[in-house]
Design a protein. Structure first.
Length: 119
């Protein structure tokens, strides 16, 4: 499935890297947001599709969110989704800042979902 088709959809995300946790291979990278995966999906790396969760300021283990953005990575084998609780909106700049802790290492394009339109 093309990940752009997830924009605007509600999905359940299981969190395997909660806010405040360290990256498993880079212990100096601390997650400032919750980060997880959509079960029973397949991403470009063969694992489940990953998703940043914005709008939650405490560690969680699972959440249902609306997919508000797709981060297309040009120099990696997998893209990332961004989800937020329904009704919480972000500007492109706010979203870029929230995920820059990890996305700064990739050449990306962000596709955003806003009121039925993809920008």
């Amino acid at each position: 499935m093309n990940l752009i088709s997830y924009l605007g959809r509600r999905v359940t995300v299981f969190i395997d890297r909660p806010l405040g946790s360290a990256h498993p291979r880079h212990p100096n990278m601390i997650y400032p947001v919750n980060y997880g995966f959509i079960p029973n999906t397949v991403s470009g790396d063969g694992a489940e599709i990953d998703c940043y969760i914005l709008g939650i300021d405490q560690p969680i283990d699972r959440i249902e969110v609306c997919i508000i953005a797709l981060i297309e990575r040009y120099n990696d084998c997998e893209d990332k989704l961004v989800g937020a609780p329904e009704g919480i909106c972000y500007t492109r700049e706010e979203l870029e800042r929230a995920v820059s802790f990890q996305e700064q290492y990739f050449h990306t394009r962000i596709h955003m979902y806003s009121e039925g339109a993809i920008t």
